[in-house]
Write a protein that binds this ligand. Sequence first.
Ligand SMILES: O=P(O)(O)OC[C@H]1O[C@H](OP(=O)(O)OP(=O)(O)O)[C@H](O)[C@@H]1O
Ligand code: HPA
Ligand SMILES: [Mg+2]
Length: 179
Amino acid sequence: MEENILKILFKEEEIQKRVKELGQQITGDYKDKDLFVIGILKGAVVFLSDLIREIKVPLQMDFMAVSSYGTSTHTSGVVRFLKDLELDIAGKDVLVVEDIVDTGLTLTYLKENLLARGPRSLKICTFLDKPSRRKIAITPDYNGYEIPDEFVVGYGLDYNEQYRHLPYIGVINPKPTYK
Ligand SMILES: O=P(O)(O)OC[C@H]1O[C@H](OP(=O)(O)OP(=O)(O)O)[C@H](O)[C@@H]1O
Ligand code: HPA
Ligand SMILES: [Mg+2]
């Protein structure tokens, strides 16, 4: 195990199994729809690349990069767009893919922005959900795992831009101080 990882919450094999289940669920729900997957950079990249290979309906994919003002472990709620979509989502069945929903501020802001572009539908798929930290009510439509209030890394998630490559989800030690 990597130095500074206190414990492992989800192992690689367990993650692969759960992602497969999510892919099957999405495949069933989006039969005959016009699926458009939006990955939120950078955290969602690892989850998204596994997930789309488990989705067996035709889909288009694009990315957005946003940055919330604040420190490495503290989201402020003010979101700055770093990269917008290249494609038009009007009339599409949009699925936003995230690595984690924490306070909910990032997704709430994004959702509002995307809805203004006229998609036919808009749903959210997150790999992790930390509902105890919510500052604004938002419930993902698809969720890999609900987790307690611990700062996690791996499978795309970072601490100070490190640890994204770990194939498992671990809790970092020492626990960074956040809100
Ligand atoms: O629910 P919230 O409290 O808003 O937090 C969740 C957001 O924070 C993280 O992104 P981050 O800004 O760290 O960017 P990254 O994906 O590039 O790491 C994560 O990927 C979510 O987008
Ligand atoms: O627990 C977390 N880990 C990494 N990034 C995050 N962004 C919000 N919560 C987290
Ligand atoms: Mg981050």
